[in-house]
Ligand binder design. Structure first.
Ligand SMILES: [Cu+2]
Length: 346
């Protein structure tokens, strides 16, 4: 489902808890209709001046507690049915909790490490991510193959593209205005999956029309590329994949070995989920989300963490991994993937 515009903001649908809300609403309506129908039936049947049909299953006498004249089947039904509904609601709620606060049994999950410091977030990439803006909406397609970057922008106002590798901008390359094709071929462009790289396509005035980006994953030494909200950078995650966040609180100044930082809470209001970052928990805490809809959504700190707690916010941008779109409505997992593993989930 496409994101819905609400008050100028994009609203994510089909999150675990919005689906859970819909399920609860469904059962609440059924129970409500049944209960009120029964209520009005009783009001009509047993109102003053109407002789009740005592042969009927309920054969209740107005004003008398039905001790002697009761119906065991109806009474058992009245206990068993609500109990079944309550058990079913508990199962659905626990399944949603398990889907969020556990590590999914998913080889293809996109793993991130979130570091909370006073007072900003760092988004570290354990897994690489290559993505670009949706060619269907920008009309532009970037293809980086070996030492060649090919930009196809037929029928758009694209004029130039700039390749940046490891933070260094290469010279802009112009795009042929008739064919809409721009190509750069150079040994310096040989694609290296270990380096952060972007291709930005701009119009003649320099306005950004289309972005292609490669974010490298963890290197063999365990070093990870990261974005930081302190630099105004957004966290970028792919849609339609389990995103597993492992979260740690760290001091922003580690000159004092006795100071291990404070508790933060990584809150994604759009998904209705948050999880604490607890100093001293070595393995970190874990939370899983699946982003179904593209868009940019807020990140907040939900645990008072000091003087500048209120500025501890960031943004998460949900994008389509290269070669995919977010148009497929995968929804969320309607059934729990597995039970929480021993340890790891808090
Ligand atoms: Cu905080």
């Amino acid at each position: 489902m496409r994101p819905v515009k609400q008050g100028g903001c994009v609203v994510a649908e089909d999150t675990v808890f919005s689906v859970l809300y819909d399920k609860f609403m469904f059962w609440a309506i059924i129970v409500g209709v049944f209960t009120f129908a029964w209520l009005y039936l009783a009001v009509l049947r047993y109102r003053e001046g109407v002789e009740p049909d005592t042969t009927h299953i309920d054969h209740i006498e107005v004003g008398a507690f039905p001790v002697d004249r009761h119906n065991t089947r109806v009474e058992v039904f009245f206990y068993v049915l609500p109990t079944l509904i309550v058990v079913w609601l508990i199962m659905m709620a626990l399944a949603s909790n398990t889907a969020v606060w556990s590590i999914p049994d998913d080889e293809d999950a996109h793993n991130m490490t979130i570091i909370g410091k006073q007072w900003f977030w760092e988004y570290h990439y354990e897994d690489a991510l290559t993505w670009e803006d949706d060619p269907a909406s920008t009309g532009i397609d970037v293809d980086w193959n070996g030492d060649t970057v090919l930009v196809t922008a037929t029928g758009t106002s694209a004029a130039n593209f700039t390749v940046s590798i490891d933070g260094a901008d290469l010279d802009p390359v112009s795009i042929d205005s008739t064919t809409g094709i721009g190509q750069d071929q150079d040994a310096a462009l040989t694609f290296n999956p270990r380096l952060f790289a972007t291709v930005e396509v701009t119009d003649a005035d320099g306005a950004l029309l289309h972005t292609w980006m490669h974010i490298p994953g963890m290197d063999p030494n365990g070093n990870m590329f990261s974005f930081s909200s302190a630099l105004g950078e957004d966290m970028i995650i792919p849609c339609d994949e389990d995103i597993v966040f492992t979260m740690h609180s760290r001091p922003s100044d580690d000159s004092n070995p006795n100071y291990i930082g404070v508790q933060h809470s990584f809150w994604l209001p759009e998904w209705g989920v948050k999880e604490d970052l607890v100093p001293g928990i070595e393995g970190g805490t874990v939370m899983t989300v699946m982003a179904d809809d593209p868009g940019t959504f807020p990140i907040r700190c939900a645990e008072y963490c000091g003087a500048q707690h209120s500025v501890m916010y960031g943004q998460v941008k949900v994008v389509a991994a290269e070669g995919t779109t977010c148009a497929v409505d995968t929804g969320v997992k309607k059934t729990p993937g597995n039970a929480p593993p021993a340890g790891g989930a808090y």
